[in-house]
Design a protein around this ligand. Structure first.
Ligand code: IMP
Length: 170
C-alpha cells in the first residue's frame, strides 16, 4: 500500500492543531469526545500535545459495515458517560466523508445543551460531502481515496499502522 501521510507530517500537523486548540480554549477545560473506533489514535496524540487541561470521553457509532462505501445509516453503539450540559465540547473524529456520521453525532450532542460544540477531524474528504458540515479544526484535506492506518480500518484491520496509507484491494 502507498503511504499518503507520513509519520513526521502527522506529528507536525497534530502539534499545530493542539497549539491552536490550546490558544482557543485557554482558561477552559474542554471535553474531547472521540468517536470510536477510528479516532482513538488521533485523540491520544492530540491530547498529549495540549497546553491546557482536558477531559476525555468516548462515543461509538458505525456506518460502514465493512465496505469502503458509506451505508448512509448511522448506528449508535455506545454513549458518552458524562453530562455535557454547560461544557465546552470538541468532537474528535478520524475522517469526515459524506458528513452523515458527524451530522448525526452533532445533532445528538446539541440536544444536551453544551456551552459550545466544535468539531476536530484529522482527515477531510471534502468532495464526497452529502450534508453541510464544516469541521472547525482539520488536519489534512484529502482526495476521494479510501485510507487506512493511524486508527483507520478496512474490515477492522490496519488500525495499528503508524502512517496513513491509500488502501488498495489485493
Ligand atoms: P461519513 O459518515 O461518510 O462522513 O463517514 C465517516 C466514517 O466513515 C468515519 O468515521 C470512518 O469510520 C469511515 N470512513 C470514511 N472514509 C474512510 C476511509 O477512507 N477509511 C476508513 N474509514 C473511513
Amino acid at each position: 500500500m502507498k503511504v499518503l501521510i507520513k509519520k513526521e507530517d502527522l506529528k507536525r500537523r497534530i502539534k499545530e492543531l493542539a497549539k491552536q486548540i490550546s490558544e482557543d480554549y485557554r482558561g477552559k477545560t474542554p471535553v474531547f469526545i472521540a468517536i470510536l473506533k477510528g479516532a482513538f489514535v488521533f485523540l491520544s496524540d492530540l491530547i498529549r500535545e495540549l497546553e491546557i487541561d482536558c477531559i476525555v470521553d468516548f462515543m461509538a457509532v458505525t456506518s460502514y459495515n465493512g465496505s469502503t462505501e458509506s451505508s448512509g445509516a448511522v448506528e449508535f453503539l455506545k454513549d458518552i458517560t458524562m453530562d455535557i450540559q454547560g461544557k465546552d465540547v470538541i468532537i474528535v473524529e478520524d475522517i469526515v466523508d459524506t458528513g452523515l456520521t458527524l451530522d448525526y453525532i452533532k445533532k445528538v450532542l446539541e440536544l444536551r445543551k453544551p456551552a459550545s460544540l466544535k468539531i476536530c477531524v484529522l482527515l477531510d474528504k471534502k468532495k464526497k460531502r452529502k450534508v453541510k458540515i464544516e469541521p472547525d479544526y482539520v488536519g489534512f484535506e484529502i482526495d476521494d481515496v479510501f485510507v487506512v492506518g493511524y486508527g483507520l480500518d478496512f474490515g477492522e484491520k490496519y488500525r495499528n499502522l503508524p502512517e496513513i496509507y491509500c488502501y488498495e484491494e489485493r
